[in-house]
Ligand binder design. Structure first.
Ligand code: IFM
Length: 446
């Protein structure tokens, strides 16, 4: 086992106002799939497709967070974090994605936000973490339909009217690349479509919905910060060959520049538009300007680098490298390089690391989970963030993914990312070694 850094020494490398948090998303923890008037989401539908989820899991119960809100809030408070990042389930608030509000659904999020504030924890909300109201997909084309972007802006307004005065931060989307590419191109996530043209049109509508929502939210004069959260797995070529360099450049364009250029430079990258040819999205006049409306922050979710070659343009690990239980390479250096690259190539608003963490095969033994590997993963990535800050990158906060073990999408419940263990037969929560370490870091005298 590698030697742990003294926590105070690590903590001292961060600014005193740095935000320390944990993150979750609605579908992954809430359960209560049809409670109190909630509508179905595309993930409720997708979980019913035979073979779609590795262990046949669903979000019906998940961590039952919906029914355990108060004790989970106490758990979060006990970790000593300054912020909690969560998402709002659109069909809990608007069961069919449009029209009347489902009052009990909105009231749940109000209890959540008030419960956080009461415990002195800042609420960082995300409007969309992939659980589109199923009705919008079943009968209206989902994100392929331009109209869905307008429905999203209405939903954003509904949420902001109720909670906007108490939120500290509001992100429109979590990882639009995942929604578009895994959901509509590779078909491994909801809604399970495999069509590149549809995927890129969907990605445009996701970004458009961000822009439309930003316009509405700005118009409301909210005090909270507004922004978006992007996943980034920095790409490098597998070898020095020209062909691998070409694949790496394309993959970087599809995964990172497609989003960062549109949001922060006002246009999709030309090389990717050309590469897509007839599959490039239809864009209407004014869309690019809407998408590039100024953000107060950008969230970056980082887990691993990507290695690109002609045989595999997007491998999540170099062969022989240390990997997590997801098969993702452990490469903290790639996080600091990414942050420095973003500083060099873009004029970004302040950055938050809105997700970072690791799945490991934890063992629960006699009331303990000794997940040293996860603690080391988090520690080494915090060192990488500190290095980037020391080199001038404006990173304002860090959120561990995840508060607790939860539904890991197509992997079901087999992969555990939590710093709190969940026993799925009893739903008992146990803070793991990594959670105790994180708490000691946050409590460290500096
Ligand atoms: O669990 C997911 C989360 O929902 C989005 N970012 C990546 C995590 C790990 O796969």
């Amino acid at each position: 086992m590698t030697q742990q850094l003294p926590v105070a020494e690590l903590r001292r490398r961060f600014p005193s106002k740095f935000i320390w948090g944990v993150a979750t998303s609605a579908f992954q923890i809430e359960g209560a799939a049809s409670a109190d008037g909630k509508g179905a989401s595309i993930w409720d539908d997708f979980c019913r497709v035979p073979g779609a989820i590795a262990d046949g899991g669903t979000g019906d119960v998940a961590c039952d967070h919906y029914h355990r809100l108060e004790s989970d809030l106490d758990l979060i408070a006990d970790l000593g974090v300054s912020a909690y990042r969560f998402s709002i389930c659109w069909p809990r608030v608007q069961p069919t994605g449009t029209g009347p509000v489902n009052e009990p659904g909105l009231a749940f999020y109000e209890r959540l936000v008030d419960g956080l504030l009461k415990r002195n924890i800042q609420p960082y909300a995300t409007l969309y973490h992939w659980d589109l109201p199923a009705e919008l997909q079943r009968n209206h084309g989902g994100w392929l339909a331009r109209d869905t972007a307008y429905r999203f802006a209405e939903y954003a307004e509904v949420v902001a009217r109720r909670l906007g005065d108490r939120l500290v931060s509001l992100a429109t989307h979590n990882e639009p690349w995942v929604s578009a590419v895994l959901g509509y191109e590779r078909g491994v996530f909801a809604p399970g479509i495999k069509d590149r043209r549809i995927a890129y049109q969907a990605s445009h509508h996701l970004l458009l919905s961000h822009g439309l929502a930003m316009e509405v939210l700005r118009g409301m004069g909210l005090k909270c910060d507004l922004g978006i959260v992007l996943n980034m797995s920095p790409v490098s070529p597998a070898t020095d060959s020209e062909i691998d360099a070409h694949h790496a450049r394309l993959e970087d364009g599809r995964l990172i520049r497609w989003y960062t250029d549109a949001l922060f430079k006002g246009a999709y990258p030309q090389d990717i538009v050309e590469y897509l040819g007839a599959d490039a999205p239809r864009i209407e006049a004014g869309d690019a300007e809407l998408i590039a409306k100024p953000c107060d922050f950008v969230g970056i979710n980082y887990y691993h680098p990507t290695v690109s070659s002609s045989s595999n343009p997007a491998s999540p690990a170099t062969s022989g490298a240390a990997v997590t239980d997801m098969g993702w390479e452990v490469a903290p250096r790639s996080l600091s390089d990414l942050l420095l690259r973003l500083k060099r190539d873009y004029r970004l608003p302040p950055i938050y690391i809105t997700e970072n963490g690791a799945a490991y095969r934890d063992q629960y033994v006699n009331g303990r989970v000794d997940d040293e590997q996860r603690q080391q993963y988090i520690e080494s990535h915090l060192v990488a963030v500190a290095e980037a800050i020391e080199r001038g990158v404006d990173v304002r906060g860090y959120f561990v993914w995840s508060l607790m073990d939860n539904f890991e999408w197509a992997e079901g419940y087999r992969k555990r990312f939590g710093i709190v263990h969940v026993d799925y037969s009893t739903l008992r929560r146990t803070v793991k070694h990594s959670g105790l370490w994180y708490r000691s870091l946050l409590r460290a005298a500096i």
